[in-house]
Design a protein around this ligand. Structure first.
Ligand SMILES: Cc1cc2nc3c(=O)[nH]c(=O)nc-3n(C[C@H](O)[C@H](O)[C@H](O)COP(=O)(O)O)c2cc1C
Length: 198
């Protein structure tokens, strides 16, 4: 009898500790930080937040980029050549988070300078970093590789990318209707594949 009671207590203990472990895992603090000019990457960030929760933060600059497309392209080329890191208006207490999604468009086939500023200014060591991207159809370029380079002590998971706008041709926001449905489905598949959702 005594043995049976001890056995039951042991089982109860195991169940309790297992459930508290899974609670700790799901209570992990998630940050979704993104850069977006024409709101396509922002829309993907919002889809991710619907799936995983967490805090959504838009990266804003002290000195915003010009509205004119040609002017921003030229400025970004210059910033990439000189390694300029644009000062950020957005402030984040990164110590609050274990998992950090970082979202950005492809700019000049590279990681946009403001996201380089963010990754250089925040200590992401020991955290899980998950990139996501939109682009005009030319792909991620070197963006995901640069995230890995700038987060050498983080666990960088496989990223997500989808076609967004083509500002050069006047196509700005595309994440609505069928496209939004398709992206929501693809985001869910990706989050399952990287085991962020079950
Ligand atoms: C300065 C600049 C440079 C860009 N360079 C590229 C590029 O090299 N390759 C590409 O596929 N799209 C490029 N694009 C298009 C954006 O990546 C695409 O429109 C993206 O969906 C925009 O995201 P957003 O709406 O979140 O700003 C560029 C856009 C801008 C403004």
């Amino acid at each position: 009898m005594k043995t049976a009671i001890s056995f039951c207590l042991l089982i109860c203990f195991c169940i309790t500790s297992a459930s508290s472990t899974s609670q700790t895992t799901s209570a992990k603090k998630i940050l979704i930080v993104y850069l977006s000019r024409t709101n396509n990457t922002k829309a993907v960030a919002e889809i991710i937040q619907k799936e995983v929760g967490g805090t959504l933060v838009a990266l804003e600059l002290v000195k915003p980029y010009p509205a004119n497309y040609r002017a921003i392209v030229d400025q970004v080329v210059h910033e990439n050549e000189t390694g300029f890191l644009p000062p950020l208006k957005t402030k984040v207490d990164i110590s609050q988070y274990d998992t950090v999604f970082v979202g950005f468009p492809t700019w000049g086939m590279k990681l946009p300078p403001p996201m380089r500023s963010f990754l250089k200014q925040h200590n992401l060591s020991g955290k899980t970093v998950i990139p996501f991207n939109t682009n005009a159809g030319y792909g991620i370029g070197s963006t995901f590789d640069t995230v890995k380079e700038l987060c050498p002590k983080s666990k960088v998971l496989e990223g997500f990318t989808t076609k967004g706008g083509i500002e050069r041709d006047g196509v700005l926001f595309v994440m609505e209707g069928e496209k939004e449905k398709e992206v929501s489905k693809d985001v869910n598949t990706w989050l399952r594949a990287i085991k962020i959702v079950k």
